[in-house]
Each structure stands twice: as C-alpha cells, then as structure tokens.
Design a protein around this ligand. Structure first.
Ligand SMILES: Nc1ncnc2c1ncn2[C@@H]1O[C@H](COP(=O)(O)OP(=O)(O)OP(=O)(O)O)[C@@H](O)[C@H]1O
Ligand SMILES: O=C(O)C1=C[C@@H](O)[C@@H](O)[C@H](O)C1
Ligand SMILES: [Mg+2]
Length: 194
C-alpha cells in the first residue's frame, strides 16, 4: 500500500498543462473553421495566459477586414503582413496565439513557431469544417464557384504540413469545453514526453 502524501495538493488539469508549457507560447494552427480562435481563447483563460488572434491583430493594425485586405492588396501582401504580425506576437510570450489558417504553411512562420512555442493542430474532417465555415462570410479563399471543393483541396495541400505541429487534437462536433479539455490533457502529457 502506498503512503498518502498529504503535503502534496493534487494539481488540476489546467495547472498541469500550464506547468508543462513553461515559458513557451501555445500556438494553434489548422484550417478555417477548425476552432483556433474559439478554442484558443478558452484555453488561454484556463491557463491564465493572455490570448491573441493573428487575424484579429492584422485587422486591428491595418484597420481593414481580411476580406478588404485581400481585395485591395492581394493574397501575397496579406501573407507578408501576416508573417510580420505573427513574428511580433510570438515575441511577447508566454501567451496563447491563434493563427490564421495559412500562417503555418509559410516556412519562415512555421520555423518561428517551432522556436518560440508549442504548436497544436486542431484537425477536423471536411464536413465539420464545411458546416462551420458555410455559416459565415469573411473567408476570401472560399469565394470560389465550388467552396467545399476548395476547402477539400486546401486539406489535401495543407494537412501534411499541419502534421508538423508538436501536438494534434481532433476538433469534432462536441461541446467546445470537451475540445478544451482534450487540448489541456494533451499539453499536460508533454511533461511525460520531454
Ligand atoms: N467544438 C465546437 N463545437 C461547435 N462549434 C464550434 C466548435 N469549435 C468551433 N466552433 C465554431 O465554429 C466556428 C469557427 O470557429 P473559429 O472561428 O474558432 O475557427 P478558426 O479555426 O479560427 O477559423 P479561421 O481560420 O477562419 O479564423 C465558430 O463559430 C466557432 O464558435
Ligand atoms: O486559410 C487561410 O489561408 C486563411 C484563413 C483565415 O484565418 C485568414 O487568415 C484568411 O482568410 C486566410
Ligand atoms: Mg480564427
């Protein structure tokens, strides 16, 4: 029989995840609709860290929406701005950073994320993503004749790259709190691997 150590208070899941993260940023990557913004904000709250979303930060500094930026300057300029903004956001950690869907695809940004934090890929299947993104405008890459086909093509192109993230959590149709708990448990599990 093992002795009960009363001096050690059991840590909560959030506390264990926070300890495993240490001084590193937590960076969410994945496709549009995966839940990076929604889940990232909730995880930050549980970890007691500040939260920032790169799409929102880009809109704030440019005083334009992402749709307006794409229309006025094109995707290449948007990507250049995104790279600079994320570089800056990663410097002020530890914090939780949710990135735009294309950010991790850029090799420089991917390298910076690898250096400054723990990355979590929120991975979802096509129908989950489609269900979520088809409800809201504001995603210029999906303004095509066949947006669901475009989303499928983005999955084919990008999933091998998102797979380079440190951790993967399946984003599915369950309550957001369930996904948050999965994320925290996966981060807490890092402590056993490192
Ligand atoms: N587990 C979930 N259950 C139900 N709805 C969810 C879940 N996760 C996210 N959502 C909803 O799906 C929508 C898309 O999520 P969110 O905006 O967080 O995705 P995103 O990954 O940030 O996408 P983007 O790359 O376009 O910014 C939001 O309305 C969000 O509230
Ligand atoms: O997947 C993408 O490339 C994008 C996703 C969004 O978060 C925005 O950053 C923008 O619409 C581009
Ligand atoms: Mg988002």
């Amino acid at each position: 029989m093992s002795a009960l150590n009363l001096s050690e208070t059991p840590k909560t899941l959030s506390e264990r995840a926070r300890a495993a993260l240490g001084n590193r940023n937590l960076v969410f990557v994945g496709l549009m609709g995966a839940g990076k913004s929604a889940i990232g904000r909730m995880v930050a709250q549980d970890l007691g860290l500040s939260f920032v979303d790169s799409d929102h930060e880009i809109e704030r500094v440019s005083r334009m929406t992402i749709t307006e930026l794409f229309a006025a300057y094109g995707e290449a300029e948007f990507r250049a701005l995104e790279t600079r903004v994320i570089e800056r956001l990663l410097q002020a950690g530890p914090r939780v950073v949710s990135t735009g869907g294309g950010a991790f695809i850029n090799p420089n940004t991917r390298q910076r994320i690898k250096e400054s934090g723990v990355s979590v890929w929120l991975k979802a299947d096509l129908d989950v993503l489609w269900n979520r993104v088809s409800r809201r405008e504001g995603r210029p890459l999906l303004k095509t004749a066949d947006p669901k086909g475009t989303l499928r093509a983005l999955m084919d192109d990008r999933y091998p790259i998102y797979a380079e993230a440190d951790l993967t959590v399946i984003s599915r149709d369950v309550r957001k709190e369930v996904i948050v708990k999965d994320v925290l448990a996966t981060i807490a599990g890092l402590a056993n691997k490192e």
